[in-house]
Design a protein around this ligand. Structure first.
Ligand code: PLP
Length: 374
């Protein structure tokens, strides 16, 4: 069976005459738990919930690859999933190797909390596999490819091999491509971590994260972290996510096609100084991206001359909704430097291609770029 069929089928209930073909959310705190609780699958909803289980099976299937079956655990947000890996794995005295250009909240979390609790951070850029130089003695290698928002690429398979030789575990933040676009576990990583707030669910209406692994001991540690820390996903969000992921193959294919067409178009415009998209043949990470990604992703970045040019462009566009986040059916864009925290130019724009007709998007982007000229 092809992936799109498998994903759609994974959101159905088992065939029981008279039951709905799609499940509804299960709202519960305690479950009936008579006597010895050992064999009761659900006891208290901070640990497990049937709607999570259904979603976790669907995500685990997407994260599985040739010769292995993945497990997945869902979290209340992408950051809750990142925190679970840091928290379950890192102890005082451990070393973690992070991308210096990683999603800024993950970096700040590591700097503000884990470093202050005795974990040593080593930072190096994603591009050119620069993190490979810092693996000696490390407990965890954290990768993000493509990196958000600078769209740098690293070789996940090569870095995983190097990290394992050095005795480190490997986690990949796979938010931008989703497991349909890139399979970190198949490339050798121990954890695939994602914010499913983005393309995975794609409707900009919920927060969700997950951690996938093929190792049952690692899974147990992450599961225990979730139950003990308790920042869990509500059943309504889990149910909305199940509805949403059935359309992931359609949405991702269209959004990535649109992103490629927009990136190609932007390279022809004199107002644009640089286009950062791994699908462009002249992107420094293109060859590796081709090797490890099935889609180059819905997100692209580009640099306009300065802050005024970027704000004029965003103000004149009628179809690029100015908003943070990415991966929704609606195309969005923002001047990323307005938040601070990333080493990027004032005219840096991060755009997320949605599922609109590409002709409309290109016409709109073209007229918005025209408006930059005085
Ligand atoms: N990882 C990446 C690459 C992200 O872009 C984000 C959010 O933008 C996160 C993690 C955190 O996800 P969430 O906002 O769902 O907590």
């Amino acid at each position: 069976m092809r992936d799109s069929t498998k994903i759609i089928r994974s959101t159905l209930t088992r065939t029981v005459a008279g039951d709905p073909i799609h499940p509804g959310p299960v709202f519960a705190a305690p479950y009936h738990t008579p006597g010895d609780p050992t064999d009761t699958p659900y006891t208290y909803a901070r640990s497990h919930n049937p709607t999570w289980t259904h979603l976790e099976k669907a995500i685990a299937q997407m994260e599985s690859g040739p010769g292995y079956r993945a497990n997945a655990l869902v979290f209340a947000s992408g950051m809750a999933a990142c925190t679970a890996v840091f928290g379950a794995i890192l102890r005082p005295g451990d070393i973690v190797v992070l991308p210096s250009n990683a999603y800024y909240a993950a970096r700040v979390l590591a700097q503000e909390y884990f470093a202050k609790m005795g974990v040593t951070l080593r930072l190096a850029p994603t591009a050119n596999n620069a993190q490979a130089e810092h693996l000696e003695g490390a407990k965890l290698l954290w990768l993000e490819s493509p990196s958000n928002p600078t769209m740098e690429i690293c070789d996940i398979a090569a870095l995983s091999e190097a990290a394992h030789k050095a005795g480190a575990l490997v986690a990949v933040d796979n938010t931008t491509p989703t497991p349909l676009g890139q399979l970190p576990l198949a490339l050798g990583a121990d954890f695939s971590v994602a914010s499913d707030t983005k393309a995975m669910t794609g409707h900009s209406d919920l927060l969700l994260g997950h951690v996938a692994t093929r190792d049952l001991e690692l899974r147990a540690k992450i599961d225990q972290w979730r139950t003990l820390t308790g920042g869990v996903l509500g059943p309504m969000e889990a149910w909305l996510a199940l509805r949403s992921i059935a359309t992931l193959p359609l949405r991702l294919e269209r959004a990535c096609e649109n992103a490629q067409r927009i990136a190609d178009f932007l390279t022809t415009r004199s107002e644009v100084e640089t286009v950062l998209y791994p699908g462009l043949p002249n992107h420094p990470g293109h060859a590796i991206a081709r090797k490890q990604m099935r889609y180059f992703g819905p997100v692209l970045s580009f640099i306009l001359h300065d802050k005024v040019a970027a704000e004029t462009f965003l103000g004149k566009s009628k179809l690029l909704t100015e908003a943070t986040s990415f991966g929704g059916v609606t195309s969005t864009a923002e001047r990323r430097a307005r938040w601070g925290g990333d080493a990027i130019a004032e005219g840096f724009i991060r755009m997320s291609a949605g599922c609109e007709a590409i002709e409309d998007l290109l016409e709109d982007i073209s007229q918005a770029l025209d408006s930059i000229h005085p």
